[in-house]
Design a protein. Structure first.
Length: 100
């Protein structure tokens, strides 16, 4: 845990372990496995790119956002795992070139 904490602290992400003491052993192992699979440096890079975009003129699009129509909204709960995996892949395929 100490090594994970140091690694996350180096990247400003130590808050991800905030509820560590409330987790059981299995949950702790799962959390460490999930965190270890992340490229935290890349996640931070994407975040910084978003912040830069928000500081540009017309970068904040909050006033132009509207709710999606009911007809196009899916449900994670009611969608099969293979379709969810496909959606995730398509999302990353769309996003990756924008941060390279």
């Amino acid at each position: 845990m100490a090594r994970s904490y140091m690694w996350l602290t180096e990247h400003g992400q130590e808050h991800l372990l905030r509820f560590w003491n409330e987790l059981g052993e299995t949950e702790r192992c799962q959390l460490i496995a999930e965190l270890s699979s992340l490229d935290i440096g890349y996640v931070n890079q994407c975040y910084e790119a978003c912040i830069v975009d928000l500081t540009r003129p017309n970068g904040n699009c909050d006033d132009r956002l509207e709710p999606l129509p009911e007809s196009v909204i899916g449900s994670v709960v009611h969608t099969d795992p293979e379709t969810l995996k496909q959606y995730e892949h398509e999302g990353w395929t769309f996003l990756m070139p924008r941060f390279m």
